[in-house]
Design a protein around this ligand. Structure first.
Ligand code: PCA
Length: 200
């Protein structure tokens, strides 16, 4: 049976929940002939990458999809690219603030996702769920995680394909912020399952 490693970030930034982790927990454990192995990831620079790369060694997955929250976005957004920088005003969950730091001193400026992001968008839009490509995963922990995963895969498991998907807030998180977009958790789960079914 083929195996997918599906990761979701823990809550961060003072939030009680992270829709990425909630969605990962709700995704089916088997989809077609694919076994889904799930992993919770800390919102901590470098530690996030270490945890996922360790799971890659242990589980030897055929593909990896990492999920994170992008508050303010109104659609599911597969990320096209990861860039070699950590730079954000917000601290991570260990209190670290990064400014203009390279993720890998000997790494390239960027890696493209190695799973088919355009096909992902199509398969989610077919379910009438908002979805579009994103050309930046930001410069916070999500970007650094997928950079680390693509870097590790390129060097150590070149046949393993990976990508990152950002998801919006869920309505429970935006009750006191009516201007903030959100998407119900069931729609996020349906989108991730459609992506797994059609793109792996
Ligand atoms: N989103 C953050 C980090 C964890 C998460 O879910 C980001 O976009 O970098």
């Amino acid at each position: 049976m083929k195996k997918l490693l599906l990761t979701g970030f823990e809550p961060f930034g003072g939030e009680r929940i992270n829709p990425a982790l909630e969605a990962v927990r709700s995704v089916k454990n088997t989809i077609g002939s694919l076994q889904i192995v799930k992993l919770q990831v800390p919102v901590v620079y470098r530690e996030a990458g270490r945890v996922v790369c360790e799971a890659m060694e242990k589980e030897k997955p055929d593909a990896i999809i990492c999920i994170g929250q992008a508050g303010g976005r109104d659609a599911v957004t597969p990320e096209r690219v990861a860039i070699n920088v950590m730079d954000a005003a917000s601290p991570d969950n260990a209190g670290q603030v990064m400014t203009d730091e390279l993720i890998e001193t000997d790494g390239p400026a960027a890696y493209f996702a190695t799973l088919p992001v355009k096909q992902m968008v199509k398969s989610v839009q077919e379910k009438a769920i908002p979805c579009r490509i994103s050309n930046t995963a930001g410069t916070y922990v999500c970007n650094s995680l997928i950079y680390d995963v693509l870097h590790y895969a390129r060097r150590n498991m070149p046949h393993v394909k990976a990508c990152f998907i950002h998801v919006p807030h869920i309505p429970e998180q935006t009750q006191d912020k009516p201007q903030m977009p959100s998407l119900p958790l069931e729609k996020i789960v349906e989108a991730i399952e459609a992506i797994i079914e059609n793109c792996l």
